[in-house]
Design a protein around this ligand. Structure first.
Ligand SMILES: *Cc1c(COP(=O)(O)O)cnc(C)c1O
Length: 363
């Protein structure tokens, strides 16, 4: 007997590694490994979630009209050109499935998000990565990396795990420089954290081959519920809707997401607190000799002397119940990605890193 053989590419997929949430032998942990909102979702989202409990026997809406309307109102976008998915991961997947296949290339940058590669391989395409410049997306490297086999270019802006971003002029140059047959996906998972940034929506309006993806998992604190969305010109949205599962989102997901995005005051509070604590933590670590690039998101990428020091610091933090993220898998072995938690968590991290360095580097 032989095992059935899957489609080409699938066995090349390395399983996605999610942020750890437990430490053996430590009862109380603080999870700073998945860029979650430390306060959780808006109380209104929780209320909306509960209110769906008596309708669980009913199939959900297939067109997500109410959620798309809410997103459109908040962001000033045309709801007809929005598609909602099971996290933005599903939108990334649908894009690869619809536009890339065997013989095609999907382009990303060296420290780009790992789901791009997973979705490309799952579609039978190959994943190609180009260098970044000082942990920042390099437009010229991306443009130089395009071949006639390239079907999709993915960049996250701001990027995870680097926290860096490129500005509007660079984005416009990338969009204008790509051939028409290449889709540019602007992953805006952290776009909300950048004041005045539209996540690339205006470029979507200008180019039929630009797509923006967004999520409820980060700022809105709904990572556990799985809701994301995409914005593109009508033709692309029509393509994606053909392969989207008609009931991909439950009423519970839809209702919670709508309540979350309509609670602007809660979102504004979370943003202000994130910005304040991010500056504080980055400064505190830098003063100890652990620098980071200016982060545009809800985490910082702390740079240690080398891989050994980063791994040892990670273990030291874990022993105190502080779970951060090693990012060697993203080509950043001497770094740790630390989600901005609540004030107490930030203080505990700074204290722990200080104690660790005193032991390791000496006074
Ligand atoms: C967290 C994250 C996502 C969002 O994932 P969801 O599937 O919406 O939870 C997408 N892209 C990047 C770069 C992320 O960090």
């Amino acid at each position: 007997m032989t095992t059935p053989v899957p489609q080409p590419g699938i066995m090349d997929i390395a399983l996605y590694e999610s942020g750890q949430s437990k430490v053996e032998g430590v009862a109380e942990v603080i999870k700073l490994s998945s860029n979650e909102n430390p306060r959780g979702p808006s109380p209104r989202a929780i209320e909306a979630f509960r209110a769906t409990a008596d309708r669980l026997h009913r199939y959900p809406s297939t067109d997500h009209a109410e959620l798309r309307t809410a997103i459109g109102e908040v962001h000033g976008l045309d709801p007809a050109r929005i598609i909602c998915g099971v996290g933005s991961d599903e939108i990334i997947n649908l894009l690869c499935q619809a536009y890339a296949g065997p013989g095609d290339e999907v382009l990303q940058t060296e420290h780009g998000f790992s789901m791009y590669r997973i979705s490309a391989l799952a579609a039978g395409a190959s994943s190609v990565s180009v260098p970044e410049r000082e942990r920042t997306t390099d437009i010229d490297a991306l443009l130089a990396g395009v071949t006639e086999r390239t079907k999709i270019v993915f960049i996250a802006n701001p990027n995870n795990p680097t926290g860096t971003m490129i500005g509007g002029n660079a984005l416009a140059r990338l969009a204008a420089g790509l051939p028409d047959h290449v889709i540019l996906v602007l992953d805006g998972a952290y776009a909300e954290f950048v004041e005045g940034y539209d996540g690339g929506a205006s470029l979507v309006d200008l180019h039929p081959n630009v797509v923006m993806t967004r999520t409820f998992s980060k700022l809105y604190g709904l990572g556990g519920l799985r809701i994301g969305w995409g914005y593109a010109q009508k033709d692309v949205i029509d393509v994606l809707n053909r392969i989207r599962g008609p009931f991909n989102l439950s009423e519970t997901q839809l209702a919670a997401a709508e309540a979350a995005i309509r609670d602007r005051d809660y979102a504004a509070d979370c943003l202000a607190e994130n910005a304040r604590l991010r500056t504080w933590l980055a400064r505190a670590l830098a003063e100890m000799g652990v620098p980071s690039d200016t982060s545009c998101a809800n985490f910082i990428l702390a740079r240690f002397a080398d891989r050994d020091e980063a791994v040892a610091c990670d273990a030291f933090l874990k022993a105190r119940g502080l779970i951060v993220r090693q990012v060697a898998g993203y080509g950043l072995p001497s770094c740790l990605r630390i989600t901005i938690g609540e004030e107490r968590a930030c203080r505990l991290v700074a204290e722990a890193v200080r104690d660790f360095l005193a032991e390791r580097r000496g006074p």
